[in-house]
Design a protein around this ligand. Structure first.
Ligand code: FEO
Length: 401
């Protein structure tokens, strides 16, 4: 057996790196790729914990064979059925036809529905155990993190928690598997982006899972995307606790649409006034060019949010409408919110930002909205300065449940 892929006692990394896909789920940008993690637990019995996206199956199979040679895989533990982890299960069954599939009551209907895969199954419940020899696996059912069948698996021997997508992050791995083997800051930033894109709708479920997991002694937190967390486990647990409660750092995100530059000019003026009032964390996004993935990440990172939109066909500008739809879908809360818009020939953008967003979410409106007609006037500049000052003062006081 080779140690090239060893993480800790009996646990091997057999995942793959995807540097080809540009949009995860067809939605979320991947400028630095993503990993599909998969783990082998080698004991008297061999268990594979989750698998990889089907286009990368050949690479993963080679990794598996480098570790176990011609020994069979006895169990496949299926913590999550989304196809980035499950689409090679049918291929795995061809190579390992006697492999027993381990999931929960919600797993196998999906497996049949997606791939028509059948075969010997073990259906586990909360707290069930599976002995592999010196390693014993315990199963924790954690629904809606972020699909209904999601569960986590804890290995008592190595104190490794296989957490599914939870605690995952974008960015492919470059050589190292464990956080202690790499420069970690870019991954920590991308863990926030991953959470905001993939998991954010399910804050209450994250809170429930954290309570269940609190009793476990975890030395290796093995997610399905990104590094195996070891040194950074306390940071990641704290991050998930805070971010699932929609707690955030002091700062302001300005998201705006603009057709001819007038709404953009107001956004730039607001940013300048925020800076003049001492705000250092100011993130600006033009919806026509910014990636939704990165906009969401900043909204989840900072406690101030200002949105601006021109009126477009008597509605919100489409890119702004798409963004507020994403935020509503995630149930964003605990944010200070300011808004502005341009009138052109029909003044409805500001009205929509109030009725379709501010009044729908548990967020605190700061100041009065600013609505300009065709272009900024001196009076508009006074209103901009007032809104920026009120926002700069507001964000100093954290909002929480
Ligand atoms: Fe990484 Fe929900 O799949």
């Amino acid at each position: 057996m080779e140690n090239h892929s060893l993480i800790t006692q009996g646990i091997h990394y057999v995942g793959v790196q995807d540097r080809r896909t540009q949009l995860f789920e067809g939605l979320w940008s991947l400028p630095d790729g993503v990993s599909y993690n998969s783990y082998l637990i080698v004991d008297e019995k061999i268990a594979l914990v989750d698998s990889v996206e089907a286009g990368f199956f050949g690479q993963s199979l080679k990794r598996i064979k480098r570790v176990i040679g011609d020994r069979p895989i006895d169990y496949l533990i299926i913590n999550h059925m989304e196809p980035d982890h499950s689409s090679s299960i049918a291929l795995l069954k061809k190579y390992y036809p006697d492999m027993i599939l381990v999931g929960n009551t919600r797993t196998f209907g999906m497996l049949e529905g997606f791939y028509g895969v059948e075969g010997e199954q073990v259906v586990v419940k909360m707290g069930d155990k599976l002995c592999l020899g010196s390693h014993t696996l315990e199963f924790y059912i954690t629904p809606m993190l972020h699909w209904p069948e999601t569960m986590m698996t804890y290995d008592t021997a190595s104190k490794s928690l296989f957490s599914g997508d939870a605690f995952g992050c974008f960015t492919a791995l470059s050589g190292g598997f464990v956080d202690s083997q790499m420069e970690i800051e870019p991954y920590l930033q991308n863990a926030v982006r991953y959470y905001s894109n993939i998991v954010a709708k399910y804050g209450p479920q994250v809170q429930r899972a954290l309570k269940v997991l609190a009793k476990l002694d975890i030395e290796y937190l093995c997610t399905l995307h990104g590094p195996v967390w070891h040194e950074q486990i306390p940071f990641m647990i704290d991050l998930y606790n805070k971010i699932s409660l929609c707690e955030a750092e002091e700062g302001v995100v300005i998201i705006y649409g603009s057709m001819y530059g007038n709404t953009e000019e107001m956004a730039e003026e607001i940013a300048r006034e925020l800076s003049c009032n001492g705000v250092k964390n100011i993130k600006m996004h033009n919806v026509s060019t910014a990636s939704p993935s990165h906009m969401l990440a900043d909204v989840y990172r900072y406690n101030g949010l200002i949105i601006g939109s021109p009126t477009y066909n008597a509605e919100l500008y489409p890119g702004v409408e798409a963004m507020i739809s994403r935020l509503k879908g995630r149930g964003l809360k605990n944010r200070y919110f300011g808004y502005f818009g341009s009138f052109s020939w029909a003044g409805t953008a500001v009205k929509h930002l109030c009725e379709d967003f501010a009044e729908k979410l548990k967020i605190k409106v700061v100041g009065d909205p600013i609505e300009m007609k065709q272009s900024m006037t001196e009076n508009d500049r006074v209103e901009v300065a007032r809104l920026a000052k009120e926002m700069a003062d507001a964000i100093k006081v954290p909002l929480c449940d």
